[in-house]
Design a binder for this molecule. Sequence first.
Ligand SMILES: CCCCCCCCCCC/C=C/C(=O)SCCNC(=O)CCNC(=O)[C@H](O)C(C)(C)COP(=O)(O)OP(=O)(O)OC[C@H]1O[C@@H](n2cnc3c(N)ncnc32)[C@H](O)[C@@H]1OP(=O)(O)O
Length: 325
Amino acid sequence: MAMALRAASRVLLRAGSRLGRREAVDGARRFANKRVLVETEGAAGATRIAVMKFRNPPVNSLSLDFLTEFVISLEKLENDKSIRGVILTSDSLKRGNQTKVAATEKTEEKRATRDHGGRLQERPGIFSAGLDLLEMYGRNPAHYAEYWKAVQELWLRLYLSSLTLMSAINGASPAGGCLLAITCDYRIMADNPKYTIGLNESLLGIVAPFWLKDNYVNTIGHRAAERALQLGTLFPPAEALKVGVVDEVVPEDQVHSKTLSVMAKWLAIPDHSRQLTKTMMRKATADNLIKQREADIQNFASFISRDSIQKSLHMYLEKLKHKKG
Ligand SMILES: CCCCCCCCCCC/C=C/C(=O)SCCNC(=O)CCNC(=O)[C@H](O)C(C)(C)COP(=O)(O)OP(=O)(O)OC[C@H]1O[C@@H](n2cnc3c(N)ncnc32)[C@H](O)[C@@H]1OP(=O)(O)O
């Protein structure tokens, strides 16, 4: 009987659910899609916290597949009544023995950093490189529309989430990476001057959409957002803290523990009053997009299809490819 149970549980653990794999690890629970790993902490029956780790090599860009998996994972957590708080972070760790594959190799796999066993690796020190430039360059308008709908969906889900969301920013966080962070209720950033955060779209020759601009204004205020958006400012941690893009800066090895302790304070507040307050603060901003979603998709598709914009993106991609260091 015991053997049969063990065999059955092995089968269950191996079986991939529609949403991804589910495993039991050291008492904690986890499920994983290919690009998002979700680990939950806390005893069964008690309030639990989930940590969503991005692992979309090489730079956690928000590709269509990543956005889809992210939304599925978030929905799953929203539906789990024992989960009240979620931490967004990158799975990218400093690892040794990495080799950057030649820039002349074009496919996604080949662009990634690999270890000596040839396995794909995240590049270290990146929270998220933002929207995937390859989803916005050299594709057709139908693809742009599909992609933008997915970007909107993720933003709406995060911005209106009833969960307490925190970001543990353990790396560079430009543009769409900053978007992920500023949808959260609280942001803690690693104190590493190599990491920057902000909306740098203007440097790429593109423009942040109005709803992202609104989210930024709600976070850092109108004047600071006006200046930072025009200049495409990427703030190092100390400046990000000063302007209010992040709420705390802590030594890199304390980002996770600090986020957990802040989360515990937030979870001491009754859910219903915190959630109603959050909705009161955010609904108008989200409704502004909801009522004109389709027009926003069409605007994006036609804007990004323009020759001049494609040319800017091409130049930016080339610059990234040939940059030193
Ligand atoms: C009229 C108004 C209408 C409204 C229309 C709206 C318009 C659209 C607005 C959309 C809003 C856009 C938001 C965005 O998020 S755009 C993306 C912005 N992201 C960036 O600028 C980040 C660029 N990347 C970097 O700065 C660095 O890569 C980074 C600091 C993240 C990491 O540096 P590192 O040195 O570690 O790694 P590499 O630079 O060598 O990069 C490794 C490979 O990854 C490729 N890469 C990097 N970023 C991206 C990306 N965002 N998407 C796709 N690919 C990316 C990079 O090219 C390297 O590739 P190779 O190995 O082939 O060289």
